[in-house]
Write a protein that binds this ligand. Structure first.
Ligand code: FES
Length: 109
């Protein structure tokens, strides 16, 4: 499975959350304190866009019901009841790549 280019690091400010279309798969990228994280664009709670949320360096917060996740691990914090799924990613030079074999989707009940 080949690495796919997601974006240039120059496309993102610190603590910014942005969406990118990677060869037909929409992803969100969160640039916190460390390496950017590549995630599905919708909240695992009720399918709200996470790009409208807030990143404070180490934590991502969904704007809708304030579920939060640790960006390093994807583990839920506070009110959140599901982990944040992530695509494997790496940085080479100023380019962010991710392994996107198939779209990651959450189970919404
Ligand atoms: S939709 Fe994101 S916390 Fe509820």
């Amino acid at each position: 499975m080949p690495w796919k280019k997601v974006c240039s690091l120059n496309d993102l400010e610190k603590d910014q959350i942005a969406e990118f279309d990677v060869q037909g798969v929409l992803v969100a990228v969160v640039r916190g304190e460390n390496q950017p994280v590549v995630i599905p664009p919708m909240c695992p709670h009720l399918e709200e866009p996470l790009c409208e949320g807030v990143c404070d360096g180490r934590t991502l917060t969904c704007h809708k019901h304030l579920w939060q996740w640790d960006l390093e691990t994807g583990n839920p914090m506070g009110l959140a009841q599901k982990p944040l799924k992530r695509y494997d990613s790496k940085v080479e030079g100023d380019t962010l790549f991710a392994l996107i074999d198939q779209e990651i989707l959450y189970d919404y009940e």
